[in-house]
Structures are given as C-alpha cells and as structure tokens.
Design a protein around this ligand. Structure first.
Ligand code: UGA
Length: 439
C-alpha cells in the first residue's frame, strides 16, 4: 500500500512539496490554518507566483490524490507528516520565530497514528529537531521524528523539488530512513545523492548552505566596493575568478545583494543560535556578510543622491523591479523595495514597476506608487533604477526608453543590462562595482 502523506503548512515550501509528492503517486493532504490559502489551493489556485506550480497543482488535484483542508483531523490516517511552516525572523532580534513550528508539532502530536513519522522541512535553529522529537515522544510514544531540509529556490521550486541535487535526512534509526527512502524512491532511482545524518547535522546542512551562498554574494559585493575605489570592473573580475572550478561562476553576480525570505533571516538566526551555543566567534564573519549586503543598498541610494545633486525632494525616480529576484512575486526583505522605500522617504516621487510583485509590494508599502506600465514608470523620470533583473527589462529598447524620460540616467543595480547598448543610445549608465565609462 502506498504511503499516505500530510503536509503541514502550505506556503512556498509546503504547497510545492505537496504537489510534487502527489505527482510521485502518493495520496497527499495539505493542511494550513489560513482558511483563504486552503480555499485557493482547493480551487487549484496558488496564492503566490511560482512558475509551473499552478499547472502541477491543477493536474494533481484532478487525479484525486491531492487534497487540502484547514482541519488537523484530516491527517489522522497519514503515515508521514511533513512540517513545512515558516520560521521568520523575530520582531525584536536576530533569532528565528519558532511559534509556527512548535504550534504545528503540538497540534499534530496527539492526533497521529502509531508508527507514523513526523518529518521537519522548515529551516530551524540547530537543536530544534531533538527537542521536538523528545516532545513528540512525550505526547505520542509510538511516533517518530526525522529532519529533511529543503533546498528549493523560489522561481525554480517545482524543478528543484522534483530533481534535487541532493537529499539530506537526519534520522535516529534505520526505520525512519527506510520510510523516507520510500517517499523519495523516484529520486533515488534517478541517482540523486542521499546523505544520512544525525538530527543536528541535517539542520546545520541547511543553514550552512545558505550561509555559504550569502557569503559568496557578499564577497563579490565587497570586491565591487574595491573595484569602485580602484577603478576596476567587478563583472570582469567575477568572470575571471569564476573560471577557476574551485571558485565557480555562480552566485558571483554583484549588485544590490541578497534578500528574500531565506538568506537574510537564516544567517541572522544562525548567528543568534551560535551565540546561544557559546560559539558566536565562529560566525562573526556572517555579521560582516550581512553588513556588506545592506551596504550595497545604501551605495545605490548614494549614487542616486549624487546624480540628483543631493536633493531628492519632488524628483521622479523610476524603479524597475520590486521582487527580491526575478520569476517571483516575493517581496520579503527585497533589496529593490527597500531602496524604493528609502528614496521615497527622502522625498522623491518614486514610481515602481514589477511584472508580478506590485500587489504584494503595495500591500506592504501602500504609500509607494506602483504601475503596470513600464512606459508610465519611466515617463518624465529624472533617473531610472534597474533593481530586479526580470527578463523583460533586458529586452527594453534604450532608444525608445530615452524618449520617455526627463534625464537619461540609469543605475543598473544588478549589473545585467547591456551597458554599451544603453550608452550608445545616449544614456549615462552607472553600476555598482564598475568604473564610470560614460563620456
Ligand atoms: C535560497 C537558496 O538559494 C535555496 O537553496 C534555499 O533552499 C532557499 O534560499 C531557502 O532557504 O528556502 P531563494 O531565497 O529562493 O533560495 O533565492 P536565491 O536564488 O538564493 O537568491 C537569493 C538572493 O540573492 C536574491 O535576492 C538574489 O537576487 C541574490 N543574488 C543571488 C545575488 O545578489 N547575486 C547572485 O549572484 C545570486
């Protein structure tokens, strides 16, 4: 008999995991306490933008294998329960807010059947899995708990889930590992590397991976600062060092830095946890990684001030991009939106365009002006900021765009636009980490 699976929490991680696991042939019930989210999912609607997910969701609902509910009673006959709830940063510190993870465990522990396995996927401070396992056994001695961190990227969530580059399972016994091997049999058949670890190592793999990625981005952004000071070009530098396979060229895109619901809060929570463990010195460097990252935002604002003679009041600033990265409508800790808000606070008339994220962005910052039209965004602008590298922005015709603006000044905050094309069309182009080659 095929395993029955429940997924607790249907945000980016949970909704994607539920649809993907269903596509592997399992019966899946997705649970969320947010009734509107469940209503949308039941109707085949994904409450956020993730390429390919809505199609997969509709297809899986139609098979009858994938269902959703806001009642925990619906999970009682499941064999495996994946916890996929969020762990955002606490409001008054660096640590992760464990309210939702703790709440999920307390809610399901008394309900689940003997022999069932709870599997944490949320990103948590190391030590959480062991604590939750002890608590679970206290309430339900016949159950077990394992940890299976998730490495999906927004924008590629479906593909990353169906074709992961590795599977990591933190377990305390062989049976838990065997059950997880049954869930991931298709991936194992495809040759996906399988790493069995203890609970703390499995939790650490996730935050270590995200810390490494954040460090790589901040490293190249630190090099961008040096290039600016020395008259070099960080894009050429990144290309050159990236040819060394020990370094690799990915995650060396210099610009306004990392944001989103993962990297920033994960490095902060990791530092907070290291402090609790008495190992804060080991992660001191992450403080610098965070500072370099936030400084990149400020450096763009400084460029805007410089170009507008230090006075932003009443000046129209066109901002292309609000999402924290392309192919996502996620604006959590978005560098683009943060810059927009700060420039708005300095008195500028900021108009923001984004192909997918204007609704979530306007919910967060209703005082900003958003538009669905790139032309309207750029019309009479005194400066244009390219802050999220959506493909459509790379396809803009600089000649046509020049006719719209008041001043043809462009700041490419992602180092992605073809600088020479824009310069040829008469634009004055600035970018982080590149010497000013404008004539
Ligand atoms: C990140 C990790 O890449 C995933 O492996 C992980 O599973 C996920 O967090 C998570 O913890 O759930 P994600 O937040 O979707 O995924 O986004 P990334 O693609 O990692 O990009 C993060 C930020 O870094 C974006 O703001 C992006 O614009 C920025 N970035 C990325 C750069 O500034 N430069 C680069 O070279 C690469």
């Amino acid at each position: 008999m095929a395993l029955k699976i429940s997924v607790i929490g249907t945000g980016y991680l949970g909704a994607t995991h539920a649809a993907c696991i269903s596509s592997l042939g399992f019966d899946v019930i997705g649970i969320d306490t947010d009734a509107s989210k469940i209503a949308a999912l039941q109707n085949g609607k994904v409450p956020f933008f993730e390429p390919g997910l809505e199609e997969l969701l509709a297809e899986q609902i139609a098979t009858g294998r994938l269902t959703f509910s806001n009642s925990f009673d619906a999970i009682t006959d499941a064999d495996i329960h994946f916890i996929c709830v969020g762990t955002p940063q606490v409001k008054d510190g660096l640590a992760a807010d464990m309210t939702y993870v703790n709440g999920a465990l307390e809610a399901i522990a008394p309900l689940i059947k003997a022999g069932s396995l709870v599997v944490g996927k949320s990103t948590v401070p190391v030590g959480t899995a062991a604590r939750l396992r002890a608590r679970l056994l206290e309430i339900n001695p016949q159950a077990d708990l394992a940890w299976n961190p998730e490495f999906l990227r927004e924008g590629f969530a479906v593909d990353d889930t169906l074709h992961p580059n590795r599977l990591v399972v933190g377990v305390t016994n062989d049976r838990a590992e065997e059950l997880l091997k049954e869930v991931y049999a298709t991936n194992l058949g495809d040759g996906v590397p399988w790493v069995r670890a203890d609970l703390p190592t499995a939790e650490l793999v996730k935050v270590a991976a995200n810390s490494f990625l954040a460090t790589k981005i901040s490293f190249i952004n630190a090099m961008a600062e040096i290039c600016e000071a020395a008259g070099g070009d960080v894009t050429v530098l990144a290309k050159a060092i990236g040819y060394d396979p020990r370094i690799g060229s990915r995650f060396l895109q210099a610009g306004i830095g990392f944001g989103g619901g993962c990297l920033p809060k994960d490095i902060r929570a990791f530092m907070a946890r290291a402090g609790e463990l008495g190992a804060e010195q080991a992660l001191e460097f992450l403080r610098e990684v965070d500072s370099i990252n936030l400084r990149a935002r400020q450096r763009v604002i400084d460029l805007v001030r410089k170009d507008l003679s230090q006075d932003l009041v009443g000046k129209k600033v066109a901002i292309l991009g609000a999402a924290f990265k392309p192919d996502s409508d996620d604006v959590r800790d978005s560098p683009a939106l943060d810059i927009a808000v700060q420039i708005h606070a300095a008195g500028a008339n900021v108009v923001v365009h984004d192909p997918k994220a204007t609704i979530p962005a306007s919910k967060r910052f209703p005082a900003l002006t958003f538009t669905e039209s790139i032309e309207e965004c750029l019309k009479d602008a005194e400066i244009v900021l390219h802050l999220t590298e959506w493909k459509i922005y790379g396809e803009l015709d600089p000649v046509v765009m020049k006719a719209l603006v008041k001043n043809p000044i462009l700041i490419d905050g992602r180092n992605m636009l073809d600088r020479s094309e824009w310069q040829k069309a008469g634009w004055h182009v600035r970018a982080l980490g590149r010497a000013d080659t404008n004539r």
